[in-house]
Design a binder for this molecule. Structure first.
Ligand code: SAH
Ligand code: SF4
Ligand code: F3S
Length: 457
């Protein structure tokens, strides 16, 4: 903080994907020099930021209902002579900025995901002006060139961190708002990524998850003047001393190149757990979705990944009830799930998003059909997840310990597959990776025993 500044409270509410979690941390970083420090509740805050998500259902309604609640807090503080700056950020702000200001005139700032490096200027304007400030540009400059370096990992305990390396999307899947809310695809330069990664590791991170809407389409400018892809970047990151685990999300099957598959074979730090959304197992629906690949191509990628890294496990996203999806199409999705076998997955009913091609398409699927399909799909995925967790029992897995468990003397950590694992062990293991023999599994976690006390870094 600059000397002489008074301390002000900042409360950030974050919805949506991991990139929003990262963005919220970066907005906090950018406001710190103005004197803003995080506070737990909005009633202690001189500024509240609601960082929103527009991906599915009733996103805007959820925002307006939260804003209604925040207005009460703002009014109560005003009655005591305190000003609260209320900002709406993120993907709903980008898509519906004007609507937000019309329906919630007590909002002071509306900003999109690509302009938060300008927040200090917006705050200054909001503090001065009577009217609201709106900035939902897609500026020519990259925000990362103007942001201070990330201060520390975003997670409690600080052992695992997110790092955005790529943002935006040019793929225009029929159902998706992201190309409209995050803008065109762009990659951060390699130097900027490596500098931030080193800084995160210096402040304690042992694991970094690289983020991007199409993270495996990464093509950043390298220090050698060439364009680096994700495999090259991952190799440079893996060489950072102290960085034990690297993950990346979300990948698109179309960008799953051979070199990246090979990186899973060659880089032990690259965790053998890949989120690779397929959305549907029907070629007709994949084409209607504009995904740019077939179900057979997806199966082939999985085979090549398993060939390169036999212990790799997959996670995915599925949409049921995309316009035009027949029973046969849905069956093809179920068949793909049976054939591939997923360790974990997210699944959603198709939700029409304003302005996207699928929203206006004929042959919308009735809600009750979507419900039934989602139930069947989730039941199958749950069986697979259970089987995957059950198969871990009796095995020895490396666990990165990130904190204490609920019981005294208990530590908690994560397996390479992000399964929560509990063991009895010494505090000194927090921040270390140790081998654990898994003894039991519960609904959402595993427990085991340390097979070696000696941690290896
Ligand atoms: N870039 C990623 C997905 C980002 S959105 C990819 O291409 O795979 C995260 C997930 O939300 C998507 O994978 C999809 O399963 C789901 N999703 C996106 N739009 C949706 C919509 N309109 N209705 C239902 N689910 C949707
Ligand atoms: Fe959305 Fe498709 Fe882009 Fe993923 S690839 S962000 S689903 S448009
Ligand atoms: Fe939501 Fe925007 Fe992320 S729509 S999922 S916050 S990219």
């Amino acid at each position: 903080m600059e000397p002489g500044r008074e301390v002000k409270g900042l409360h950030v509410i974050t919805w949506g994907c991991q990139m929003n979690v990262y963005d919220s941390a970066r907005m906090t970083d950018v406001l710190r020099p103005l004197g803003y420090q995080s506070v737990e509740t909005p009633d202690a805050a001189d500024m509240v930021i609601l960082n929103t998500c527009h991906i599915r259902d009733r996103a805007a309604e959820k925002v307006f209902s939260e804003l209604g609640r925040l207005r009460l807090v703002k009014d109560a503080r005003a009655a005591e002579g305190q000003r609260t700056i209320l900002a709406v950020a993120g993907c709903v702000a980008q898509a519906e900025g004007a609507e937000i200001l019309a329906r919630a005139p007590y909002v002071d700032i509306v900003l999109g995901p690509q302009t938060y490096h300008r927040l200090p200027e917006m705050v200054a304007r909001a503090a001065r002006a009577a009217g609201a400030v709106i900035d939902t540009d897609f500026p020519a400059e990259q925000k990362f060139d103007f942001l201070p370096d990330a201060q520390a990992p975003q997670t409690p305990g600080g052992l695992t961190a997110f790092l955005t390396i790529q943002e935006g999307c040019d793929k225009f899947c029929s159902f998706c708002v992201v190309p409209y809310t995050r803008g065109a695809e762009s990659s951060r330069p390699v130097d900027s990524v490596l500098r931030e990664a080193r800084r995160l590791v210096d402040s304690g991170a042992r694991e970094i998850t690289l983020l991007g809407q199409n993270v495996n389409a990464y093509h950043g400018e390298g220090p050698d003047g060439r364009v680096w892809g994700l495999p090259h970047l991952a190799e440079a990151l893996a060489a950072i001393p102290g960085l034990a685990r690297i993950r990346y999300t979300t990948s698109h099957p179309r960008d799953m190149e051979e070199a990246l598959i090979a990186a899973h074979r060659d880089l032990p730090a690259l965790m053998p757990f890949l989120h690779l959304p397929v959305q549907s197992g029907s070629d007709r629906i994949l084409a209607a979705m504009n995904r740019g690949h077939t179900a057979a191509e997806y199966r082939d990628i999985v085979l090549r990944l398993r060939d390169a890294r036999p212990d790799i496990a997959l996670s995915s996203d599925f949409i049921v009830g995309h316009p035009g999806e027949s029973d046969a199409d849905f069956d093809a999705t179920m068949q793909l799930i049976r054939d591939v076998g997923f360790a974990q997955a997210f699944s959603f009913k198709y939700s029409p998003r304003p302005g996207t091609p699928a929203a206006g398409a004929p042959m919308q699927v009735p809600e009750d059909v979507k419900d039934a399909r989602l139930q069947a799909l989730q039941a199958l995925l749950r069986t697979q997840q259970d089987a995957f967790n059950a198969a871990t029992v009796g095995r020895v897995v490396p666990v990165l310990f990130t904190g204490h468990g609920r019981k005294p003397g208990q530590l908690s950590g994560r397996s390479p597959y992000l399964q929560p694992v509990h063991v009895d062990g010494p505090d000194a293991l927090i921040g270390q990776i140790a081998q654990v023999e898994i003894r039991e599994r519960y609904t959402n976690s595993l427990s085991g025993t340390l097979i070696q006390e000696r941690a290896f870094a």
